[in-house]
Each structure stands twice: as C-alpha cells, then as structure tokens.
Design a protein around this ligand. Structure first.
Ligand SMILES: Nc1ncnc2c1ncn2[C@@H]1O[C@H](COP(=O)(O)OP(=O)(O)OP(=O)(O)O)[C@@H](O)[C@H]1O
Ligand SMILES: [Mg+2]
Length: 286
C-alpha cells in the first residue's frame, strides 16, 4: 500500500503543573491515498488529540506523522480541518469565512499570478454552490442553522484544496435527519474530489456508513484496538444501514467498545465519587 498518511509511533503526554496525562500510547497505522478512515473509541481515548497532531495544531510527545513519506511539522494547506464546534468567525459572512485563508494568503502572495487567484475564487464559489449555500454568501453565521454552519466549515476546510480532510465529530451536534443529509453530502464531496479523509465519530452507524476502514481505539491512553475494513459496495446508500454485513460489523465494533466496560462500571464510578465527596464534607465538618 502506498500510504498517503503514516502515523508512526505517535504518542502524547499532557503535562500540567500538578499532573501528567498519557492521552495516547504510541500509535502506528497508515492511510492510503483517497481512503476514508474513521476513528472510534471511548471518550477521552485521544481521538481529538491524534487528529490535532495530524493537523499540526498539537505537538506529539513522540513519533512522527508523514504525508507522502515526508515528516510533517506544524499546520499546512495540505490538510483541512473541521471541528465539532462551529468555529466560524461570527463577524465574517459565509463568503468571507470560506475564503478566509485566501485572504490571509493574499497579504503574502501579493504578486501571485492572476490565473491562480481566479482559480481560488472560482473554487470558493463552486464549493458554496455544492454545499447548497449559493443564496447565502452574505449571511452571517448567527443567521444559519447548525447544518448550514457545518457546511460552511466544510467548504472552508476544502477551500485550499487540501489532500487530506480531518474531521472531528463534525456532525455531532446535528439532529438525526440533518446528520444523514450531511453524511450523504460528505460522500458526494469525496466522490467529486477523491480526498483522503480521517473522521472522528462516536456514532458507529455513521462510521460504517461513511468509511472504507474503521480504527477502534482502546480507552485512555488510546491505542489501536482493532482495524476493520468495511466491505460494503460504493457508492453507499442509506438502505445499506439495514444490510446484514452492516449489522454484523456494528455488532463487532460495539463489542470492542464494550469490552473495556464492566456492566456496572458507570454505577460504581458514581458511587465512588459520591462517597469521596461525602467523606470530604465530613472531614471539613469535623
Ligand atoms: N490540553 C490538554 N491538557 C491536558 N490534558 C488534555 C488536553 N487535551 C486533552 N487532554 C486529555 O487527553 C485525553 C484525551 O483527550 P481527547 O480530547 O483527545 O479525547 P477524545 O478521544 O477526543 O474524547 P471525546 O470522545 O470525549 O472527544 C483526555 O484524558 C483529556 O483530558
Ligand atoms: Mg474529542
């Protein structure tokens, strides 16, 4: 396999003044050119951390990320990122949000060839059309629904024509119907541009529906627990969510996710915290 992205022994330790947290154990896997890979795993297992390290927005404590065989350091136009929180600039219109990085670049590339600038401008308009935002160029984020804001965020992430699209629970805050619409839209984007996509989600159905491959991570400190191929024909349709292979894979992933949790783990943890709190109150009172 010719890897587009190689994650090589990447690990992360967060150190504050009072404690250190190993968020990610040394983690290694490759992603092929054009592949759609989802990361799933329990809360706190380091999915966002890993995505931010790939984006170059967080430094790893060890290991390397390679893009086309070259080690990455810091962020770059070759990777676009979409976060769960709609991190649009509230004071910029839809159009200005989408072309924000071009505006930044324009300050540096004052003498860029006109054809290059034209291509960028056309790209932004095409993206907004594809996202169904043609009539909203001048709208501000507060005037948009959650789904529309996330479509702007996707358009912005694609504005630089990145080779890799990184998405951290991009549809987590959307209602079920909008979420399905966004999933179909993302598949369309992928079909249209053939991007390599790394997608973090809590939703197992979403992961199976979208992905070629799913990496299941273990609880913190995260590591690869399972690396599963999704053997469902492309292009995907919503009906496939009832396909026996879809359901079999869902069972397998849910089993991996549950194996680390005892049936009473949540209740035990709550009781532990209640008694700890009670104990501290009693100490203070005495
Ligand atoms: N800036 C930080 N400083 C200290 N610890 C951090 C920091 N960012 C994350 N962590 C810790 O690292 C671990 C992994 O966090 P991360 O956000 O990557 O998890 P996640 O898998 O994305 O979880 P979720 O599914 O809830 O989004 C957590 O224990 C978290 O508390
Ligand atoms: Mg996260």
């Amino acid at each position: 396999m010719n890897a587009k992205l190689s994650i090589r022994e990447v690990e992360k330790v967060f150190a504050t003044r009072t404690k250190t947290t190993q968020a990610l154990s040394p983690t290694t896997f490759d992603i092929a050119d054009g592949e759609f890979v989802s990361l799933v795993g329990p809360s706190g297992c380091g999915k966002s951390t890993l995505l931010y390290i790939i984006a170059g927005l967080e430094e790893s404590s060890g290991g390397q990320v390679l893009l086309d065989g070259k080690p990455l350091s810091g962020p770059g136009a070759d990777r676009g990122m979409v976060c769960q929180a709609y991190n649009l600039f509230p004071w910029l219109s839809v159009l200005d949000n989408t072309r924000f990085s071009h505006t930044l670049a324009a300050n540096k590339d004052y003498y860029a060839p006109v054809a290059e600038i034209e291509a960028k401008v056309n790209r932004v308009y095409t993206l907004l059309d594809l996202m169904g935002l043609a009539d909203f160029h001048n709208a501000y984020p507060k005037e948009l629904s959650g789904g529309m804001r996330q479509r702007v965020a996707i358009a912005r992430a694609l504005a630089n024509d990145p080779a890799v699209l990184l998405m951290d629970e991009p549809f987590g805050a959307l209602d079920a119907q909008t979420r399905e619409e966004m999933q179909e839209l993302l598949l369309l984007v992928r079909l249209h541009w053939g991007k390599t996509i790394v997608f973090v989600t809590h939703d197992v159905d979403e992961a199976i529906f979208l992905s070629d491959r799913i990496i299941v991570m273990s609880p913190r400190p995260g590591r690869v627990r399972a690396d599963l191929r999704v053997d469902l024909p492309q292009p995907r349709t919503l009906e496939q969510k009832l396909d026996p292979e879809f359901l079999r894979l869902k069972r397998e992933i849910v089993d991996y996710l549950h194996e680390s949790r005892s049936p009473t783990a949540v209740r035990d943890e709550l009781l532990r915290r209640m008694f700890k709190k009670g104990g501290e109150e009693m100490k203070e009172a005495s």
